[in-house]
Design a binder for this molecule. Sequence first.
Ligand SMILES: *[C@@H]1O[C@H](CO)[C@@H](O)[C@H](O)[C@H]1NC(C)=O
Ligand SMILES: *[C@@H]1O[C@H](CO)[C@@H](O)[C@H](O)[C@H]1NC(C)=O
Ligand SMILES: *[C@@H]1O[C@H](CO)[C@@H](O)[C@H](O)[C@H]1NC(C)=O
Ligand SMILES: *[C@@H]1O[C@H](CO)[C@@H](O)[C@H](O)[C@H]1NC(C)=O
Ligand SMILES: *[C@@H]1O[C@H](CO)[C@@H](O)[C@H](O)[C@H]1NC(C)=O
Ligand SMILES: *[C@@H]1O[C@H](CO)[C@@H](O)[C@H](O)[C@H]1NC(C)=O
Length: 469
Amino acid sequence: MRRSCLPKCRLGRIMGWLQILLGGLVIIVSISSLFKFYSAGFFLRNEDICRQFYGGKDAYEGFDINALFDRVGEVLNKLESLQEKLESAVQQMEKNKDVLHTTNITKLEYKKYLEEEVIRPLYSAHISLRLIRLPNPEGIRNSTMKEEPLINTFVIEEIRKYITPKESRTGKINIYGTERIYNTIGHACVLYKKELEEYMNYDIGSYCNDDWNLAQKLMLNGCDPLPRRRCLTRASKVYQKPYPINESLWKLPDDRNVRWSNYQCRNFKCLMSNNSKRGYSKCVGCFETEKEKLKWVVTNSSLPVDFLISDVLAIKSGEIRIGLDFGVGTGTFAARMIENNVTVVSTALNLGAPFNEMIALRGLVPLYVTLNQRLPFFDNIMDLIHTAGFLDGWIDLQLLDFILFDWDRILRPGGLLWIDRFFCNKKDLDDFMYMFLQLRYKKHKWAISPKSKDEVYFSAVLEKPPRAI
Ligand SMILES: *[C@@H]1O[C@H](CO)[C@@H](O)[C@H](O)[C@H]1NC(C)=O
Ligand SMILES: *[C@@H]1O[C@H](CO)[C@@H](O)[C@H](O)[C@H]1NC(C)=O
Ligand SMILES: *[C@@H]1O[C@H](CO)[C@@H](O)[C@H](O)[C@H]1NC(C)=O
Ligand SMILES: *[C@@H]1O[C@H](CO)[C@@H](O)[C@H](O)[C@H]1NC(C)=O
Ligand SMILES: *[C@@H]1O[C@H](CO)[C@@H](O)[C@H](O)[C@H]1NC(C)=O
Ligand SMILES: *[C@@H]1O[C@H](CO)[C@@H](O)[C@H](O)[C@H]1NC(C)=O
């Protein structure tokens, strides 16, 4: 009995739902017109209208009115597209009226439609409206505190929460001596708003997307440092325990310990230099242990620019204990140094190959930093900075200047700067030499040799002088 009535009853129910929906839409559209009104300035008080029309600055100092209008516009667009979608769905239903009688829309499909096509966009529009933070004209607690201008630039709730300054729970000045903690994002993030919002769009507490390459793209483009996230990072399903330290230094790691989905290669063997489809171009041959084993320990008489680790360490016998290897590589320099009881941190970016994982699986420390940022080390602490394969003739002289001064900052007096196989065009050599010499370091080793017809290699070991000022 009940069964035979089902199709009709269902149709009735669907129509009932649609009526409710359309009613809801009317309300939404009314609200949106209200906002259109608002954005045109009709609800502002007289003096506000004056500010609005006479080109005065933003209505409240430090409050980003343009960003607010952008946000409202975004909500309007969302509502409009939702409305269009629903209307076209209804039209489609009317067209297929006859089919409607005979076709069964299962409850599940119906629920799915409502959830995905109606509730979710409606909810996101709702949230966007709620998140528009209007400033309090009286000022927020302290009249010296300004509205954070960036907040209204973003829609994704998580990123807005992230950049809102966090007050101390006790209401006192915190350990840093500041009133609030500022979670910062690089200002260039604004240029990559879409990508950043994609990066911050996740369900809190659930798994993150497998998107380290999106994150790295943001970092490389100046959105650096990236915001923290509250989702669980993915890992290889079949992660194996690493090799013991007496074996891991010179052994290719287990393929299963790397998530390969974002690389051209799917295993370490594929990263060999003879494979033209290996997916990276810097540091070709880095993944070949036999070749790597020769570096810095075997004399290559044909090239005077290749110094040996033993010779460099002998300059400051026993004094070199910690260092930084700034370059692209798989940690071989750090591996050789740890055999000499020197702890070296290696910078690494996953540019087409899992350099960070490789270094870590060898039992060494990868430091995931770009050229964009000040190094996260304090002044006058490092015994050694080694750089190879990264700073070449492509680098802008002013950028190189900033980098050199930052290295100088972290290097201790008496510490060594080892420039290893820097290469550039012959005619640019003088410019670069001047850059390296301007810091007035003591020259321990200095060598130049031809790389090709137009290019030269240059290596040096320089010592930072004492600075008693
Ligand atoms: C609709 O559902 C009824 C009972 O649930 C079933 O007998 C009938 O075959 C279905 N019709 C279609 C077109 O799926
Ligand atoms: C407001 O902030 C300023 C500077 O941050 C501070 O000197 C002042 O004491 C604060 N005033 C109040 C009422 O908290
Ligand atoms: C590494 O050390 C473990 C125990 O410490 C030992 O059993 C193993 O044989 C060593 N491996 C090599 C290659 O020396
Ligand atoms: C690369 O060389 C290794 C041996 O050195 C060999 O086993 C491998 O098959 C080669 N790969 C390609 C793609 O030629
Ligand atoms: C030695 O120098 C030659 C070029 O003269 C180069 O091809 C080779 O890779 C170098 N070997 C090492 C271990 O650096
Ligand atoms: C490293 O330190 C160990 C233990 O102190 C010592 O036995 C070893 O000779 C040192 N190696 C080098 C290369 O100095």
